[in-house]
Each structure stands twice: as C-alpha cells, then as structure tokens.
Write a protein that binds this ligand. Structure first.
Ligand code: G6P
Length: 368
C-alpha cells in the first residue's frame, strides 16, 4: 500500500488531498460545454424539461450531499425538492408525484437501501430516475434513466471525502441546468457560474493549505468526549458531514445542529468541556450565526470557527478562528467540506484509531 500512498499516511488523507483534481476532472465536460443536458445522459433532453420536482434518496455522506442540493435546487430552479434517507423511504407509505425526478446519490452505486428505495419509488409511480455515482458498471446507475458519473477515482478510505465534494459539483450542475430550463438562469448568469466553477479547484487547494492549523486544533479535540457542529443554510449539511466524519473515524460523539435550533435543546449541553465547531462564512446568515455563537460563549463553550476572509472574526478567549479562502458564494459549502474532513482526520490520528477502516463500518453496505 505504501507505494500507492505516496507521501500520505492514509488513504483518507490522500483522498482529501486529491480533491482539487477530482473536482477538476468532474468539471471537465461542464467547463468546456456549459450546463448542457447531455451531461446527464442521452435521454436527458426528453426527460428534464418535463420534471416538476425533485426527490433525492441516499444514505450516509451521500445523503448530506443531497441535503445541500435542496438549497441549490429550490433557489435556482424554483422546483420543489425533498431529500430522504433511503432506508426510511423504502418502508414508508410515501406519496409519489410521477413527474418528480428521483435522484439517487451513491458513491459505490451498490448501497442496498438506496437501490431498494429507487425500486420502490418506481413502484409508487415515479417516471424518471437519475443516478449520481462514482463507479461505472454499478447497479444503481444501471437501474436509472439518467446518470452523471463523478470522476473522483477509486475511493478506498471507508469515510467518504472526495466522492462527497464531486457529488456536490454534480448536484450543483443539475441545479443550474434546471434553473436554466425554467428560464431563471440566463446566459450571463451561466457564464458567471462557469467561471466560478473554474476557480473551485484553486479554492479547494487554499482550504487544503490550512492543514497545519487544523492539525494544531486537533490536539484540543483528542481528549474530548463530545463535540457540537453548527451551521446554517447551505452550511448546515456541512456541519452534519463534519459531525459524521468525526464520529466515524475518531469515535468522539458528535452532533450537528442548524445554529438557529440551539435554543431548542443542544444549548443545555454546552459548558467549558464542550467544543463547538462553527461553519461561519460570510453569507446572508452570518449575523445570525454570530449571535448564535454568543449564546455558546455566554455558557462557557469553546468555539472553533471556520470563517472565510470576509467574515471578519477576531480570535479571543475561548474563540479560535481559522480563515478559509475568500467567500465563494453559492459554492461555499464545497470549500467548507475540506476543513471538517481534515479536522476529523487529525483528531483520529491523535487518538490513534484505524482511520481508513473504522471499527464496525464498511465502505459499501450491500446488506440491510
Ligand atoms: C457507507 C460508507 C459511507 C457512505 C455510505 C453511503 O456507510 O461508509 O462513507 O457515505 O455508505 O454509500 P454510497 O456508496 O451509497 O454513497
């Protein structure tokens, strides 16, 4: 394995660092041709113009990619979008609108619950299914009408990293395309969005360069039993993903909350022993997040803030800040996935766990 790992200690670390390339590869066709229907398969032209809503089904990290996409899809296309954990959906007497596009997200393309949820959606009457997948020749894309293959390359670490950020790129492309079709995104907006995507691998590289600072933080987490992750809007799913990564590989109990929900429960857990990680880029919710942070500080909670250069945060007692690159607008959740991955990785290293093969977990879950 050491040959394959090159300068890295684990596949997870290698895969985290492969993200600028994985994203650039996934973007290749898109940046050349623009947001075109054929990106999603040859039947896309017959199907996408008739779509009246989107239903996303997935598990684990892929589910969090779906939660992020809901913000993009509804804002950009005006189509209703709901996102559901596949293992719940498949056993629920759900209502199906035949014209709502089923979108499954699966790195492996083999997750049993996601596959069964797709079959169930068809039984309920959904007419069309799109698969976002990283593995060609896998079961879920084969069972779908449309497909977008992310080009993350083989992912070996059990905890998903580069598959997640490339899924987000694919979902972003879908959101823009649906917006374009519905006349909400014009040629000028499209050109601007393509330009922003072109810069994304560079912004990801800037975020990767924060690794030494994040490693320094990880020492403070290693001895903790719990952690709380907060975000709002587009960054709430990134908080969820940060908490999932931390629990999967470091075995620290971690939870994520939308910061506005603090006062309805988790604030009761906050004391000096509770590290609170906040994703706080300079978006329209920043002022709200800042007041949520004050609620934490007032209870003695220690804040670890990922804020972009434009958020204007100062370090102070009990408030640690790492500055991510300049705010990248609607693509910001993709950039902020990087520091939470690195944090989980370094905390796990500090605790000496088996990073690439966490106990009790499997890379691809093909049983129920
Ligand atoms: C397992 C993996 C996760 C992954 C999930 C869904 O739990 O450990 O990293 O997110 O399955 O997998 P999929 O291949 O469907 O994306």
């Amino acid at each position: 394995a050491s040959l394959e790992l090159g300068p890295y200690s684990h596949f997870m670390q290698k895969e985290i660092h492969e993200q600028p390339k994985a994203i650039a590869d996934t973007l290749e066709a898109l940046v050349d041709a623009g947001f075109q229907m054929h990106l999603f398969g040859h039947k896309a032209g017959e199907i996408l113009p008739h779509v009246r809503g989107v239903k996303i089904l997935a598990c684990g990290t892929s589910y969090y990619a779906g939660l992020t996409a809901r913000y993009w899809i509804e804002a950009m296309s005006g189509l209703p979008c709901d996102v559901e954990i596949a293992s719940e959906y498949r056993y629920r007497a759900a209502c199906a609108d035949p014209e709502h596009l089923v979108v499954t997200i699966s790195q492996s393309g083999e997750t049993l619950d996601t596959m069964e949820a797709l079959k169930y959606a068809r039984e309920l009457g959904h007419r069309w299914a799109l698969s976002i997948c990283n593995v060609r020749e896998s079961a879920i894309p084969r069972a779908s009408d449309l497909v977008f293959f992310t080009r993350a390359g083989a992912e070996i670490g059990v905890a998903s990293t580069k598959a997640f950020t490339t899924q987000l790129v694919a979902l972003f492309a879908l959101s823009v395309l649906l917006g374009k079709q519905r006349g909400r995104i014009g040629a000028a907006d499209e050109a601007r969005l393509i330009d922003e995507l072109r810069h994304l691998p560079g912004s990801i590289q800037h975020a990767l360069n924060l690794e030494p600072q994040i490693k320094a933080w990880s020492e403070r987490f290693a001895a903790k039993n719990d952690a709380l992750f907060l975000g709002r809007g587009l960054h709430y799913p990134i908080a969820l993903e940060g908490a999932l990564k931390l629990k999967e590989i470091s075995y620290i109990h971690a939870e994520a909350y939308p910061a506005g929900e603090l006062k309805h429960g988790p604030l009761a857990l906050v004391d000096e022993k509770m590290p609170v990680v906040v994703i706080a880029p300079n978006d329209s919710l920043l002022e709200k997040v800042k007041s949520n942070m004050q609620e934490v500080a007032a209870r003695g909670g220690e804040l670890f803030v990922f804020a972009d250069l434009d958020s204007h945060f100062e370090e102070s007692d009990g408030v640690h800040v790492i500055r991510t690159p300049r705010h990248v607008g609607v693509l910001s959740p993709i950039v902020h996935a990087i520091p939470v991955q690195l944090l989980a990785y370094h905390v796990a290293l500090a605790r000496g766990t088996d990073v690439d093969k966490p106990r009790n977990l499997a890379k691809s879950v093909t049983v129920e």
